[in-house]
Design a protein around this ligand. Structure first.
Ligand SMILES: [Zn+2]
Length: 349
């Protein structure tokens, strides 16, 4: 706070008519109080009366008011002025192209599409690669509600949209009934139960989920999400196909099932190659630091900064790809308890 108004009048305090206009988030409150109290002798008056902004209880009073305001905001559904939001709270399906799986009224199931979605979710939870599902849909001549051909991304969006189990979301956020904390249900017929929806969401990495990527039509903008794992896009599938050639599909990060491997890299092309995330990351790190005559090596400075923990993920990935073209991952042995580092075979630059 400069301590004076634009016209140069000294500010001696603040009279606040509606404190939810002043601060809605704790950060705002903190900033406001810090600014107000950076000089002595100021007063603060709000609808509850005069408060001492310098005393701890003045601050805690304000905090309580903030909490009350927050609760009220939630109850009112975030200022219902927003038309979409209001419709969402009522559980009314919103405008735009009809969602895949429902008819034009957005409430009645589309018998063919809904069956496809239902089966796709079953298949996916059963371990089928989403690319295979997309291919099946293509083979069946299925098109999206805007006429597009299904691909892994659009099918993922369709399966993981909360609407498939009747849950209402807006702007990527699940709507909750304030009193109970339970999800708001839409008026449309659901395709699967909430359990199934959660199960299918759990098979994807968070970044590919509908909830993460937002609503509307599946994105086809080509906009890329920054990789969140060290080896994303660097690993290639080394599993032989039936015709004897190697799959060579990219291994993508997804959520793992064990504590030891909270993420795994799996081939989305054939679905037959998967490696523990921490294991692959560890191998990559080792490879970057390994020395061999005639091989490109990152500068000592970079390696030093890596060791010191100063490199961001993107910098580490750049360092890796500066020396390694890719790594081919050989198929693992099912149920093998120890990590087999030799599964990752580097292709040096
Ligand atoms: Zn593969």
């Amino acid at each position: 706070m400069r301590g004076h108004t634009v016209d140069g009048l000294t500010i001696q305090g603040v009279v606040c008519v509606a404190d939810d206009r002043m601060y809605r988030r704790p950060e705002d409150l903190t900033r406001f109080f810090a600014a107000l109290t950076n000089q002595p002798g100021r007063v603060y008056i709000d609808p509850q009366g005069v408060r001492d902004p310098y005393a701890a209880h003045g601050l805690s009073q304000a905090l309580r008011a903030l909490e009350a305001a927050e609760t009220e905001t939630r109850v009112r559904g975030r200022r219902v002025a927003n038309w979409h939001w209001a419709r969402a709270v009522e559980g009314v399906p919103h405008s735009g192209p009809r969602p895949f799986g429902w008819q034009e009224d957005r409430i009645t199931l589309h018998p063919v599409e809904a069956t496809l979605v239902d089966r796709a979710i079953d298949d996916r939870v059963g371990g089928k690669p989403v690319r295979a599902i997309a291919r099946e849909w293509c083979d069946l001549g299925v098109t999206g509600t805007r006429g597009g051909r299904p691909n892994a991304q659009t099918v993922t969006q369709i399966m993981t949209a909360p609407r498939v189990c009747g849950y209402r979301a807006n702007r990527g956020e699940l709507l909750l009934v304030p009193e109970s904390g339970q999800p708001v249900l839409g008026r449309w017929a659901p395709i699967v139960t909430p359990d199934r929806w959660q199960a299918v969401c759990a098979t994807f990495s968070a970044g590919s989920l509908y909830m993460r990527r937002g609503s509307g039509a599946p994105r086809l903008t080509g906009q890329r999400v920054a990789p969140r794992f060290l080896a994303s896009g660097i690993l290639r599938c080394g599993v032989p196909r039936h015709d004897g050639t190697v799959c060579h599909g990219p291994l993508c990060a997804q959520k793992g099932r064990s504590r030891k491997s909270p993420h795994v890299y799996s081939c989305r092309d054939c679905g037959r190659c998967s490696i523990s995330g921490p294991l692959a990351d560890e191998v990559l790190e080792r490879l970057v630091f390994s020395e061999a005559p005639g091989r490109v090596r990152p500068s000592d400075e970079v390696l030093h900064r890596w060791r010191a923990g100063e490199l961001r993920l993107e910098e580490k990935r750049k360092t890796i790809t500066s020396v390694i073209a890719c790594c081919v991952v050989r198929a693992g042995v099912k149920g093998k308890p120890t990590w087999d580092h030799s599964r990752v075979v580097p292709v040096w630059r």
